[in-house]
Ligand binder design. Structure first.
Ligand code: ATP
Ligand code: LTN
Length: 329
């Protein structure tokens, strides 16, 4: 069976963007791939985090993975920092990465701009190399992510190819999987910006655990435009296009089918339909989440996950070390 790997950072409450761009894909693909889904806590600390809050978010993220339908018999669900080999391989790959490559990463530029006053951690700069290690450590065939992570999977491929050319075949070259609709869900108040869990915008971000009525309000108040045609046009109608993306994705239909379904509707009716669909999807997830978060299952799942992930990662790191001449002769 081919392998899949992906992770999410415990940097905030998960958004509808995280669900559509990432988790929904994990759930769909778990039947086709042997899946490794982790909590990227080492990635989370590339921007400043509060210790107590981080602990809470780690637990919540595992509960949400499960509530969304990740099956622990099909997925190895684990905590990144419990596996020291991620950081080990990351160091080795750092020594094979050029500064010029890291300078081109758009996520780094965006996040660094926000941290100018406090200082920009070196870890934020080398973040893509840690992500490459996460992926290459398990010989993953595919990496399902949102559009913003595509560049990081591309650098992963480049690093793997460089290493293979220098030391002989060592790493599998992974492919990115990006959903055709909803690869970049936008903020409802500023539809030119990505919906982000670390964002300060409250009205523009739908949190997966937001109260149902508040989700509906946020969608009803989403910024649109002045004409009243429900047509996908990201440049001129970013707000409506964002809602079309959300609807099409959650209903598993195309953009065209969505336009056709609402060709006679007004914006009010369309927003109501989007609000109903989003809450229909999120309500059962929220119910399950509340059962899971108060049970002991989270520790069991993480124990089981790390037990499977650790020996695989250890073996790969030892193999890599041998290839480059590290360790005792
Ligand atoms: P942060 O704001 O802390 O950078 P984030 O919301 O971007 O966080 P990540 O942990 O970086 O979340 O992302 C987890 C996964 O969700 C990634 O695969 C990412 O591409 C995807 N994702 C995040 N936001 C969106 C979005 N708005 N639309 C589609 N996919 C998204
Ligand atoms: N950088 C990703 C999270 C992440 C990831 C990974 C995703 C860390 N390591 C490995 C896929 C594969 C993000 O979403 N910000």
């Amino acid at each position: 069976m081919k392998k899949l790997i992906s992770g999410i950072k415990p940097t905030g409450q998960l958004t509808l963007g995280n669900y559509i761009g990432a988790i929904k894909q994990f759930v769909k693909l778990q039947n086709e791939y042997e899946s490794f889904i982790f909590v990227a806590d080492l990635h989370a600390i590339t921007t400043p985090q509060n210790k107590k809050q981080l602990q809470k978010l780690i637990k919540e993220l595992v509960a949400l993975y499960l509530a969304c339908g990740l099956d622990s018999s099909k997925n190895t669900i684990y905590l990144q920092s419990e596996n020291p080999y991620h950081a080990h391989l990351s160091w080795v790959l750092n020594c094979h990465t050029y500064l010029g490559e890291l300078n081109r990463m758009t996520q780094f530029k965006d996040k660094a701009a926000k941290l100018k006053k406090e200082g920009i951690p070196a870890g934020l700069y080398t973040y893509p190399v840690l992500m490459a290690s996460d992926i290459l450590l398990y010989d993953a065939d595919v990496v399902p992510v949102g559009d913003d992570q595509k560049q990081h999977v591309e650098i992963t491929r480049r690093l793997a190819e460089r290493f293979n050319n220098k030391y002989g075949s060592t790493f599998k070259i992974p492919d990115v999987i990006i959903t055709s609709t909803g690869a970049r869900i936008k903020d409802l108040q500023d539809p030119t910006k990505k919906m982000d869990k670390s964002s300060v915008s409250d009205k523009g971000v739908i949190l997966m655990l937001d109260p149902i009525e508040s989700i509906k309000q946020k969608i009803r108040r989403a910024v649109t435009d002045n004409d009243s045609i429900i047509k996908f046009d990201e440049k001129n109608k970013p707000g409506i296009s964002n809602l079309i993306n959300i609807y099409a994705n959650l209903k598993d239909i195309s953009i065209k089918e969505t336009e056709e379904e609402f060709k006679k509707a007004n914006y009010g009716d369309f927003k109501e339909a989007v609000a109903n669909l989003v809450t229909e999807v999120l309500k059962p997830i929220q119910d399950k989440y509340h059962q899971i978060i108060n049970s002991n299952i989270i520790d069991d799942i993480l124990n089981q996950g790390i037990e499977k992930a650790l020996p695989l990662a250890k073996a790969k790191c030892e193999y890599v070390s041998k290839k480059i001449g590290l360790g005792r002769p």
